[in-house]
Every structure is written in C-alpha cells, then in structure tokens.
Design a protein around this ligand. Structure first.
Ligand code: ZN
Length: 139
C-alpha cells in the first residue's frame, strides 16, 4: 500500500484503459487491476476494460483517506519496527520538555525496542486512560 501514485493527471470525463490509467497515475497495469479488484468501478464488464476518470479519482481518494488512519492515542512509533505499536504492558514514561508537552517513551510490544511519541501535556489525562504513565524529571 506504500506505492505512490498521482491522481492529478486523471481527467474526470475521460475513459481510460487499464494501460492508460497506469500511465497517467505512474503505476503498473497490475496495480490498476488490483484497484479494480478492490472496488474501483469499470464502465462495464466488456473487454477491454474502461474506467471513467471520475470513478478512478473517487476510488483513489477514498484509498488515501483509508491509508491515513490516524494514530491511536496510545500508539507510539517504534524505530525498529518502523510501525506504530502499543507499548509493552501498556507502560510508558513521560519526560516533560516544557509546560506544554514532552516525550512519551515505552518499549515496543512486538520487538521490545524503545518507541517514542511527542505528546502535549493536555493529552496526558486521555493517555492515562490507556497507559500506565510514569513521569520522569525534566531534562
Ligand atoms: Zn518494535
């Protein structure tokens, strides 16, 4: 899902073949066929497949929104997994940087390495609903 594509060049009222749409968005035809399987709407069931620009744009915009799933409040970024992870045992340390916020650190629930997240002090009450947070002295 990390593959980048461009939707800027797609014209709303133009019908594209799989090859043309691949060309306009900068992906392979295989990727376009995958989009069709995932729900991008073709004009009809005839061959060759044509996709209306508008349908393609709508589908791809929706995919982007899905990809931008907001980070859950209690998730931290694990530098080792390069993914958002819940802290091991839901334990975290909070190191204030200033009165407004600081850094949350914890151990990754998957790999045990340190993971981090910058948080604002105002998020702490919410965070404490999910995590057991120990506050460390300021640096
Ligand atoms: Zn990890």
């Amino acid at each position: 899902m990390a593959k980048r594509y461009s939707i800027r060049r797609i014209k709303k009222n133009q019908a594209y073949t799989v090859a043309e749409l691949a060309e306009e968005t900068g992906v392979t035809e295989q990727t376009v066929r995958r989009w069709l399987k995932l729900g991008m709407v073709a004009i009809d069931a005839q061959r060759p497949t044509y996709i209306l620009g508008e349908a393609a744009t709508e589908f791809l915009k929706a995919q982007r929104v899905k990809a931008k799933r907001p980070m859950k409040l209690y998730e931290l970024l694990c530098l080792s997994c390069k993914k958002r992870r819940a802290p091991l045992g839901m334990l975290a340390d909070y190191t204030p940087r200033n009165p407004l916020g600081g850094r949350l650190s914890a151990l990754c629930c998957e790999c045990g390495q340190e993971c981090f997240r910058n948080v604002s002090a105002s998020q702490l009450p919410d965070l404490r609903q999910h995590l057991d947070i120990a506050t460390r002295g300021s640096e």
